[in-house]
Structures are given as C-alpha cells and as structure tokens.
Design a protein around this ligand. Structure first.
Ligand code: ADP
Ligand code: ZN
Ligand code: ZN
Length: 671
C-alpha cells in the first residue's frame, strides 16, 4: 500500500478548491482521521481547516507543498453525515466547500487562537416539572400515523391551528427517539422562542442533556453545546437555523417548528434555507422529518398536495388542545365606517376597555416600529431621508432621533427645516411608539408595554418584558411581529391588528402569504386558555379574499387560491429561481456588471433557463451602495442548478469593476 503523505484540507476562503499539505514525518494519518480539524500555514498565517482526505500523491510539485501543522484531536472527527450535508449545501447554494464547512463551526473551534479552558456551566436544575397531558384524539392520530410510517426517510407536514398542541406531538416523538437510543434535532425560527421551549424540553427530558444552539449564546457555550452534540452526550439539540449543521452521529428525528418562517433563511453570507437543508438531511440520513406550522409555506403545502399521495404526508390538528379553548372569533372593522382616531377605531377602543374591566390582556399589533415613518416640512416639501440609503429616516421619539432602519444611521430631530428654516415640521405615518402614546392618552391608568426591536433589542430586555406580560402586570401590549410568534400568554383575550392593509398592496408577490401567516399567528395569541379570544382587523377592504379566509381561519382556502395564482403566473413552487445581486458605488456599474453576467457564452446556455433583465432593487441604495439584481428562472430545478454551476465558475473569472461586490442567492424569498 502506498504511503499516505498528503493531507487535503478545506479552508475558509472564497476559492472553489481544497488545499494539499505534506504530512510531516512522525505523524501518520489514515482515512480514519478524515474529519479532524487541522492547523495549517497559509500565506504567513495559521489557519484552521478540516481534513477532508488523505492521499498518497498530489499534482503539486514537492517544493510547492507546505507542511501540515497540528491535528486537533480535542474533538472526535466530524462524521460522514456532516460531510454530506456541507457538500450538499456548497453545491446547492454555489458556495465554496471550505467556506460552508468552516463557517458552520462555532468560532471557538475554527480560529487558531489558544483557547482558555472554559468553566462548565451547570445545567439549570429545573424547578418546573411538566404535567404530561393526555393526548387529544388528533394528537394521538398524528403520532400513530408517524409511528406506522416505518423507518427510512419520511416527511410529514403537521398542519395544526395555533394552540392545537403541536409542541406536545414533538415532545412525544422526541421521547420515542430517546427510547430507541437516537438523537433528535428540533429547529425553531427565533432565538426568542428557544428559552420557552428549552424550559419545556428540560423539564421533561433533563437526563437527556438537551442543549441549545443559537446566535444568542456566547462562543464558549456554543462550542460546548456543539461538542456535546458531536460526542453524543447531548441527545436533544434545540436551535435556530445554524443548528441544522450540528453534527449528530446518532440522529434519528428532525423537527422544524413554524417551518414557513422566513427566519430559516439566512440573509447574508451563505444564503441557505435551514428548512430545506433539514429535509435534505432527513432524506440523506433516512430519517423522519416533521415540518410543523399553522400556516405552512406554500412550497410545503404544495408538496403535501401533489396527487398520488404527495411528497409530504399531511397530518392535521384542527382543534385547540387545551380543554375548553376554542379558536378566536375574527372580525373586520370597516375603517371607512368606523374611522380610526389616532389609528384606533371606536370598536377597538371599546374592546380594550372591556378587557381592562375584566382584568384580561389586549395586544395591539402594528408591524412598524418607531414613532412616525417620516418627518416632513409642509412649507417646502423637505422630507427626512437617509443620505446613505434610498429610504426615509424614521422618527423615534423614545430616544429623540431620526433613524434609518436599513443602515442604522441616526441623527437628532431637527428643530427647523434644514432647507427653508420653517419651524413647523410634521410627522407622517404611525409606528408602535406613536400607538403606545395614543393608547396612553385613552387609557391613562393602564399599564402599557411595548415590544419591538427598540424596546427589546437583546435577550435580557426581552425576558424582562415577557415576565411583565406573564405576571399580568402588563394590561395592554403594543408590538410588532416580535409578539406574534409562538408565545403562550393565557390572560390575553384580544388581538387588534390596526393597520394590516399596508402589506396587502405591497409589490412583492409573496406579501399576501406573509401577511396571512402573520395575522394567523398574531390572532393565535388570543384566547389560548379557558377564556375565549377575539381578533379585530382594522381594514378598508373587509371583503378582500385574504381577510375572508382569515375570518374563517381557513388556511386551506387561502393556500388553494394562492397556489392557483402562482401556477398561472409561473411563480414558485411552480418555478425555481435564483437571484444574482450586485452592489457598487454607482448604479451604472452594478447594472453593467449584471448585463455582462447575462451575456454568458452560448456554451453555458440551458434551454429551460431564462435570465431576466437587470433592474435596480426596490431599496436601490443601502449604506451608500447602489444595488441591482438579475432574476434567473426555470421550471426545472435540475436545469437551473446545472446552469448555475457552470455560470458561477465563469462569473468568477469575469473582471468586475473594483469595489463591486456580487452574490448569488438560490430560492430567494425577498424581491
Ligand atoms: P401549538 O404549538 O400547536 O401552538 P402548544 O403545543 O403550545 O400548541 O399547545 C397549546 C396549549 O395546549 C399549551 O398550553 C399546552 O400545554 C396545551 N396542550 C397541549 N396538548 C394538550 C393536551 N393533550 N391536553 C391539554 N392541553 C394540552
Ligand atoms: Zn422646509
Ligand atoms: Zn440608511
């Protein structure tokens, strides 16, 4: 057998290649060592890479070869399943393999700094012990269906109305996986949702060493939890999108909660969908995956609807689980008749009044933060706009400034118009701060709590807010979608969406899907326990089909209508898309680059793939960079992938103007 003397290593570099090193004398590596992290010299630096192969030979001349540094055996080698996942991710999203591999490791495991030993945090011994409820008939039926599905890859779409007890189904499935000696991976969209769920999982399965993985953890904790997953010590991993990459040698079950949520899509760096990677992972590992939602993504819904059984098996929970809890009553308030004052109709005010009298909570939902959308001079027409973005500066009164929600630029609120000196400046539009102020005027005695990214910018603040809500101290909650997701506030019986119409008229064709999901979610916060819930929608289009479906809480009708429209228009899920985006100092440069990208050589052409014309993005300037995009589309995912694979390589050789940056996004969600 030839002596193995070459180590092939993946490094975090924007290059589509791997790097070969000479194995030093005294170190003998075999293929069993593949998956260890290694330290290597690279351009005067030390880098950490992943050993992906050991070979007898390389094409490189011996003089060009550098010598491998340490092999880091502090962790077991990364398993083959992790290699297949990162390889799939690299190939599908057209990102160099080394970048995928290294960027999915916790920072502490991929930077060549000497690591300080970290003190182990004690797993909280939880005071709470969970009452395990008797399953409802529907929960039982879903579990039965999954149990009788047998082994091997199976995808289930668990469509359950809010409060139907999907979480209980997840916990029972995890219990079964534990009993058969398997690890479970539970993905949730938001880090705000992990502590609540973590507490429930801990209360029930403390001995299974559940660990969480999300960006809110410190590096040491993240590395520790990652290690526990890899060694098999942790039997349950709960996390946000990045947890999809956790190496789990004995994985037996994957659950994706709120599978429709856009947070599963990474929006920068490697633009992957954790939901889609989770499905790959289940197929590759031949395991069951459960995608849960009250409002599934239309992609998943279509997968469950395909004739001949569908690719996903649909399981439905139609009733709320808590005994006596029923779905809330949804009503439209016609704002052409009941005209809102300060954004609040008489019907909404009366309903809040009633809740205050009954010591119940109300949630007033408005998905815009800040005080007002813009500050303007009525004398000369000046408006507060960001100098770096094609966007308004939003008025924030809580900390007296104008703020850009796109680049973070902030300035003081001017006393007079910067153009004409007029002192009478006006605000337009309404954000959560203004709504909070109006509510305080109407209900001066009430305790009002605002929850948005300004009032709860970090974990601590959010937990403090949540405690005030749970204790019942808060009587009226004002908030953005931060309050809409997954929370269980038993005293909350009224939800008022005060300005949902804005999203109805948005240009993005995915806007209705997002609005419907958001309103169903926020409506789902009302009446989750004994007391019945009521949902009021302030709208000037009460007959709109989207609201009509919402009134009946009829996701299926909404999805069917939307899918018919998408099929007609040739949009996903009936087509597959990718977006090439460019950013440059001048719009002309961005557009010229995209035009050059579109003029690829005929040898790359795929008949089933079309490239549209380059256009400026809706937010055409951000942080002083002009932005443009080019849409690529095909009815065939295969054809699209074939094209992208060769196109990207060709593009990387095209000389882009200096200071131009571009990236490719597969399955984009935002347009
Ligand atoms: P979902 O995730 O579908 O929105 P949850 O799992 O959070 O719903 O359940 C909603 C509420 O119903 C929770 O308070 C939960 O404890 C309760 N619940 C779940 N299953 C049952 C059951 N079988 N019997 C009684 N209560 C239940
Ligand atoms: Zn002016
Ligand atoms: Zn800006």
């Amino acid at each position: 057998m030839a002596l193995l003397q070459i180590a092939r290593v993946a490094l975090d570099l924007p290059l589509r290649r791997l790097f070969d090193y000479r194995i030093p004398e005294g170190e003998s590596l075999t293929r069993q060592d593949i998956g260890y992290r290694v330290r290597v010299p690279f351009a005067q630096q030390q880098k950490i890479g992943v050993l992906v192969d050991v070979l007898a030979d390389t094409e490189l001349a011996p003089a060009q070869l550098k010598t491998l540094g340490d092999v880091l055996r502090d962790l077991p080698p990364l398993p083959a399943s992790w290699f297949r996942l990162t390889e799939f991710c690299a190939a599908y999203y057209h990102v160099p393999l080394g970048q995928v591999m290294l960027s999915t490791l916790p920072a502490g495991l991929r930077t060549p700094m000497p690591r300080k030993p970290t003190r182990r945090r004690q797993v909280p011994a939880t005071g709470r012990t969970e009452q395990v409820p008797v399953l409802t008939g529907e929960q039982e039926a879903s579990l039965q269906a999954i149990a009788s599905g047998g082994t091997g890859f199976r995808a289930y779409l668990l469509h359950g109305v809010t409060g139907s007890g999907k979480t209980e189904v997840y916990l029972r499935l995890i219990e079964r996986a534990l009993a058969s000696g398997q690890q479970s991976l539970l993905l949730v969209p938001e880090i705000n949702l992990t502590p609540q769920l973590e507490a429930r999982v801990l209360a029930r399965f403390a001995s299974a060493r559940p660990v969480s993985l999300h960006s809110g953890l410190g590096e040491a904790a993240r590395a520790r939890n990652w290690r526990a997953a890899l060694t098999g010590e942790a039997r349950i991993v709960l996390g946000t999108r990045l947890a999809v990459f956790a190496p789990l040698p004995e994985l037996g079950l994957i659950i994706v909660d709120e599978e429709h949520d856009a947070s599963f899509k990474q929006q920068d760096g490697i633009r992957y969908s954790a939901r889609d990677l989770a499905v790959f992972r289940a197929r590759d590992g031949e395991l069951p995956i459960i995608l849960g939602s009250a409002t599934p993504s239309l992609e998943s819904w279509a997968n469950a609807q395909r004739s001949g059984g569908g690719r996903y098996q649909l399981l439905s929970l139609r009733e709320r689980a808590f005994v006596g809890a029923r779905l809330p009553l949804v009503r439209c308030i016609d704002t052409r008749v009941d005209r809102p004052r300060d954004g609040l109709s008489a019907a909404v005010l009366a309903a809040i009044e009633q809740r205050l009298a009954r010591a119940e909570q109300s949630l007033v939902f408005l998905n815009r933060r800040g005080y007002a959308h813009v500050l303007a001079c009525v004398a000369c027409g000046w408006t507060s706009s960001c100098q770096r973005c094609a966007a308004n500066l939003v008025v924030h009164l809580a900390d007296h400034c104008l703020r850009c929600h796109h680049c973070g630029f902030a300035a003081g609120v001017p006393r007079r118009c910067p153009t004409c000196g007029n002192q009478d400046l006006a605000t337009f539009g309404r954000g959560t701060q203004r709504l909070e102020a109006s509510l305080a005027e109407h209900f001066p005695q009430a305790c009002i709590v605002r929850a948005d990214r300004d009032s709860a910018s970090n974990h601590k603040q959010w937990e403090a807010l949540q405690a005030r809500i749970e204790s019942g101290e808060a009587q009226i909650l004002v908030g953005t979608q931060m309050l809409a997701k997954g929370h269980d506030f038993p005293r909350l019986t009224l939800v008022a969406a005060v300005a949902p119409d804005a999203a109805l008229v948005a240009a993005d064709w995915r806007a209705p899907e997002r609005l419907f999901a958001q309103l169903m979610q926020v409506a789902g916060r009302a009446g989750r326990a004994e007391r019945p819930g009521e949902v009021l929608l302030q709208t000037q289009f009460p007959e709109h089909p989207l609201y009509a479906a919402l009134l009946r809480q009829d996701y299926q009708a909404f999805a069917t209508a939307q899918l018919a429209e998408r099929r007609q228009a040739g949009f996903p899920p009936y087509a597959f898309q990718a977006m090439l985006r460019a950013e440059a100092g001048r719009m002309e440069d961005a557009l010229t680059f995209l035009a050059a990208a579109r003029a690829f050589p005929p040898s790359l052409a795929e008949p089933a793939v079309s490239c549209y014309d380059p256009v400026p993005m809706r937010l055409s300037r951000r942080a002083s960079l002009e932005r443009a995009q080019l849409l690529i589309e095909s009815p065939s995912r295969r054809a699209l992938q074939r094209f992208l694979t060769s196109w990207v390589v060709w593009l990387e050789a095209v000389r882009a103007p200096s200071r131009l940056r571009w990236h490719l996004e597969v399955d984009p969600l935002e347009f």
